[in-house]
Design a binder for this molecule. Structure first.
Ligand code: HAM
Length: 424
């Protein structure tokens, strides 16, 4: 049997996993610093969580979901994104009743979309996302954006641009919707079949069409900014005010609509401006979704969040050459010889690991020289050599692999000697 990995998925091999782990650790630390706590929801949900949550007319729901029927005849879907699932959980677990408001959550995990794979676009990808539920203070919009920008900055990325827009409240969007219908109706025959459907169902999605992107009517389309009513304008100005206050630069893009239906007011993306980054420059996307909690049967609750994929983050880090490659160093490598010494080493290895040190030894019958090479490859801090001679003297030779110096340490003192050297 010869089986290959499915298109759009990837194996993350041990050499690369250390980069992922470092990112995960840092991202969690920063999220906790901002007062966000982790939530874990299932990999699959009832299909309507996403079809209704993300929006029936979005590409995600119409073309990209991995939906299947389980043995009980239920329609389930591998999650294409995290927000709808988090909101489902928020309502189901009555988090609106928590004494601590707003409820600030973050998540990490694989998402699934049947998209055309290309650089930066996978069918399984890992998102980190945050959701702040319960506050409509524009300062929290700025907090969420600041958190995303901080993560990227701490990862070493410099060439970024925050692009922001407001989609306004329901009233603003309704008048914008009418304007879009007026604008596109005369040329709708020239647009793709999907757009023809979108005109009646959700004309905003026309602006998001990948096929008709170059049609002149797209460029001349009315801009949402001109349809914002007073309160929506005021809200947007306050968000921008807080971003100014935090010194976070942005570019307002009135054409930024985002590909999910639940957004209103603030919508934003963080793009890589690194030259030659590739066709897909959007690293992170998010926005406000007041109303989504009610759609799931909860009380009126505002919400805002963002998500980014680790795959695109790593791609940007590689492009800006800020990836720390390489695995984690090993504390101790035990260099062994045949005979009695080996029994001693097997037991010592077990004891060192139980002390909390990372330790390893040779299992391939390598000669001494090759064992030292192996210790180097594993970036061992120390090599401990125990052969016939050491067994007789009951003293181990401890070699510092960084500077090459050697010390003799009596067996009885070995564990004490090693206590300070690290561990994980
Ligand atoms: P989204 O824009 O669909 O928003 O995705 C957010 C991010 O996920 C993208 O900016 C990108 O980094 C990553 N991403 C999306 N699709 C792929 C893919 N096929 N391959 C690799 N990375 C991908 C959402 O998912 C919203 N739930 C974000 C949000 C949270 N809004 C409010 N709260």
């Amino acid at each position: 049997m010869k089986v290959q990995i499915p298109r759009g998925t990837q194996d993350i091999l041990p050499e690369e996993v250390s980069i992922w782990q470092r990112i995960e650790e840092k991202v969690r630390t920063i999220a906790e610093r901002y007062g966000y706590h982790e939530i874990r929801t299932p990999i699959f949900e009832h299909t309507e969580v996403f079809s209704r949550g993300v929006g029936e007319t979005t590409d995600i729901v119409q073309k990209e979901m991995y939906t299947f029927t389980d043995r009980g005849g239920r329609s389930l879907t591998l999650r294409p994104e995290g927000t709808a699932a988090v909101v489902r959980s928020y309502v189901e677990n009555k988090m609106f009743g928590y004494p601590n408001q707003p409820v600030k959550l973050y998540y990490f995990g694989p998402m699934f979309r049947y998209e055309r794979p290309q650089s930066g676009r996978f069918r399984q990808f890992v998102q980190f996302g945050v959701e702040a539920l319960g506050s409509s203070d524009p300062a929290i919009d700025a907090e969420v954006i600041a958190l995303a920008m901080d993560i990227y900055r701490e990862m070493g990325l410099k060439n970024l641009q925050l692009v922001i827009n407001s989609l306004g409240d329901t009233e603003s969007r309704l008048s914008y919707r009418e304007a879009l219908v007026r604008h596109f109706r005369p040329v709708i025959g020239e647009l793709c079949e999907d757009c023809q459907k979108r005109l009646g169902q959700n004309p905003l999605r026309i602006l998001d069409c990948k096929q008709d992107r170059e049609h002149p009517a797209m460029k001349e389309a009315p801009s949402i900014i001109d349809f914002l009513n007073g309160p929506s304008k005021e809200y947007f100005e306050k968000v921008l005010h807080y971003l100014d206050l935090l010194g976070i630069p942005y570019r307002i893009d009135p054409n930024l609509v985002r590909g999910l239906d639940y957004y209103n007011h603030t919508a934003f993306e963080i793009m890589s401006t690194e030259e030659g980054f590739g066709a897909i420059t959007s690293l992170c996307g998010g926005g406000r979704y007041n109303g989504l909690v009610e759609d799931f049967g909860g009380p009126e609750t505002p919400g805002i969040g963002f998500a980014f994929s680790i795959e695109r983050l790593i791609a940007a880090m590689r492009k800006e050459k800020v990836v720390e490659e390489g695995g984690r160093p090993l504390d101790v490598f035990l260099v062994s010889q045949d005979g009695k010494a080996r029994d001693y080493l097997v037991k010592l290895l077990y004891d060192l690991r139980r002390m909390g040190l990372s330790a390893d030894m040779d299992y391939m019958g390598r000669k001494m020289k090759a064992q030292f090479k192996q210790a180097d490859r594993l970036q061992a801090k120390l090599a401990i050599i125990i052969g016939e001679e050491e067994m007789e003297k009951k003293r181990a030779t401890v070699k510092n692999m960084e500077d090459g110096t050697q010390t003799e340490v009596p067996f009885a003192e070995l564990q004490e000697y090693l206590k300070g050297i690290g561990g994980r």
